[in-house]
Design a protein around this ligand. Structure first.
Ligand SMILES: Nc1ncnc2c1ncn2[C@@H]1O[C@H](COP(=O)(O)OP(=O)(O)OP(=O)(O)O)[C@@H](O)[C@H]1O
Length: 253
């Protein structure tokens, strides 16, 4: 894909895209090239998983796509906005409006109730609540009876559902999920994956998920494989066996 193609697509069907990204940590002999020429487009209203061996650059790519970090070179777009041309302040404002996050460790504020945690991004952005949408999300995620509880009074699965509600409440352009099932048992993890899937299918959201788990990746519409900081494969409509086989092949490469 040429740069012009990516830009054109970014203005239409791509929720996020990266062009020839590199990211180097450190300098001199200890420098690590975490990403080495990655170009990738994330389709809107689809569920994309990023997989690859430990150290292959998954988290680095996600952080750059989400505007949490800046590349050493290359360009990043969120929709048709080029993140790599924004000031830190503009980036923070855009992130609050247009990006939702779900982390392995939930990252809820322990002193706030579930409802207050869910509304936090709206409060930070100085935006009001859309009561109908908030109700749909809370009921859809099975949280209606839990809104007054603090995180310490909730199970891991419930905490992750609160985190997902917090990500959904702003109706972001992209939800980035970093190992969202990593701290959950397999049954609870499967429930959270099913809710991410529903966020795409029923609510038209766009989800990008970093995972180590082939079963989790198989819930996605597409799996982008990374190895040594480069795109090493791209599987559309994966099943768990395809993903396992691809990861095994990468491991042998
Ligand atoms: N802040 C940092 N400073 C120095 N090196 C870093 C930093 N963050 C990541 N790296 C290095 O960059 C490379 C890619 O790291 P990254 O965390 O993106 O990989 P990953 O695929 O997400 O790994 P994992 O699956 O283990 O989380 C690794 O070699 C890592 O050690």
């Amino acid at each position: 894909m040429t740069t012009t193609d990516v830009q054109r697509a970014a203005a239409t069907a791509l929720a996020a895209s990266a062009i020839d990204l590199t990211k180097t940590y450190g300098a001199g002999e200890t420098a690590v090239r975490a990403l080495d020429g990655v170009s990738v487009g994330v389709e809107a209203q689809r569920f994309t998983a990023i997989m690859g061996p430990s150290g292959s650059g998954k988290s680095t790519l996600m952080h750059l796509l989400a505007g949490l970090d800046t590349p050493t070179s290359g360009r990043v777009f969120l929709g048709d906005t080029e993140l790599t041309s924004l000031s830190d302040r503009q980036l923070t404002t855009l992130r609050r409006r247009a990006v939702g996050f779900v982390f392995q460790a939930f990252n809820l504020l322990p002193t706030l109730t579930a409802r207050q945690n869910i509304r936090l991004p709206l409060d930070l952005a100085g935006r009001g609540v859309d009561p109908g949408w908030e109700r749909s999300v809370v009921e859809g995620l099975g949280l209606a009876e839990r809104l007054g509880h603090r995180p310490g009074e909730l199970s891991g699965g419930q905490q992750q559902r609160v985190a997902l509600a917090r990500a959904l409440v702003t109706r972001p352009e992209v939800i980035f999920a970093d190992e969202p099932t990593g701290a959950l048992d397999s049954t609870t993890g499967a429930e959270v994956l099913a809710l991410l899937r529903r966020s795409v299918d029923e609510w038209g959201q766009t989800v990008v998920m970093v995972t180590h788990d082939a079963t989790a990746a198989a819930v996605a519409d597409r799996v982008v494989l990374l190895a040594d900081g480069q795109v090493a494969g791209d599987i559309v409509e994966p099943d768990a066996d395809d993903v396992l086989e691809a990861v095994r092949t990468l491991g042998r490469a």
